[in-house]
Design a protein around this ligand. Structure first.
Ligand SMILES: NC(=O)c1ccc[n+]([C@@H]2O[C@H](COP(=O)([O-])OP(=O)(O)OC[C@H]3O[C@@H](n4cnc5c(N)ncnc54)[C@H](O)[C@@H]3O)[C@@H](O)[C@H]2O)c1
Length: 251
């Protein structure tokens, strides 16, 4: 119940999917959360739903992760509304399944801006506030596609691989500040991202065939791992990559 009691979290891309599941579980565990996303109505709805269960535990903010000014405002909101920042979940991401030659320069830049630059900007904005608190936990959401290749999704692979190493570089750099930095690598998680990108049952079945557990996961199954990494239970865990893929990359 109280695994995150007294902590303040900022979650990017928290309007729906895994980010919303993290916001719900974090507040169930006693944290207060600022949810940032570009889907303003849905962000507000998610925060309102949480506040009905845990009064005043959630705030919604417009956050485009590609914009440094939005990140500064989001971190300021954590400090002004809740007194500081302890946890950052760099969760916002966009999919692109195109292969190397099929990807346009505009598509490449869009995926890199959100999935890679957004993670860097988020850490850059959060670190000073965490330092003021005497430490913190940053959780960067990568993917199994940040560990292994596939026949498409070239830009996505590139960015998620970058997030894996950005995480380790930040873990080394900010260890002395007691800021832990870890990555999570989800496999097939049944969120709107998957239902929008995977349009046929055959496509989904092909992905699930690669998963030894034989199913896709609910977003909460990733969010519980984020709760662990955010909590003091993970006090000696930094620079690590937590694979949450039903066994996909074990084979
Ligand atoms: N679903 C999966 O199978 C899967 C697998 C591996 C990794 N991931 C990663 O998990 C994370 C969460 O994905 P999800 O499955 O919940 O997807 P989702 O599409 O349901 O949620 C992603 C959220 O990010 C937000 N977002 C997009 N661009 C943004 C921007 N510029 N600024 C702020 N917010 C923005 C969207 O509005 C959305 O609310 C992503 O980083 C994704 O790449 C997902």
């Amino acid at each position: 119940m109280d695994r995150l009691k007294g902590k303040v979290a900022l979650i990017s891309g928290g309007a729906r999917g895994q980010g919303a599941a993290e916001a719900r579980l974090f507040t169930d565990e006693g944290a207060r959360v600022v949810i940032g996303d570009i889907r303003d109505d849905l962000t507000r709805q998610t925060a309102e739903e949480i506040n009905r269960r845990h009064p005043n535990a959630a705030r919604a903010i417009h956050l485009d992760v590609t914009r440094a000014a939005d990140w500064r405002a989001a971190v300021d909101s954590c400090v002004k509304e809740f007194g500081g920042l302890d946890i950052l979940v760099n969760n916002a991401g966009i999919a692109n399944m195109k292969g190397l030659e099929q990807t346009s320069e505009e598509e490449w830049d869009a995926v890199v801006n959100v999935n890679q630059k957004g993670v860097w900007l988020g850490m850059k904005a959060a670190v000073p506030a965490m330092r003021n608190r005497g430490g913190g936990s940053i959780i960067n959401i990568s993917s199994v596609f940040g560990i292994i290749g596939s026949t498409g999704s070239t830009a996505y692979h590139g960015t998620k691989g970058a997030v894996r190493l950005l995480t380790k570089a930040a873990a080394v750099q900010y260890g002395p500040d007691k800021i832990r930095v870890n990555s999570i690598h989800p496999g097939v998680i049944l969120t709107p991202m998957v239902s929008e990108a995977i349009t046929s049952q055959e496509q989904l079945d092909a992905l699930l065939k690669m998963t030894p557990l034989g199913r896709g996961a609910q977003p909460e199954e990733v969010a519980w791992c984020a709760v662990f990494l955010a909590s003091d239970e993970a006090s000696f865990v930094t620079g690590s990559e937590l694979v949450v893929d039903g066994g996909w990359t074990a084979q």
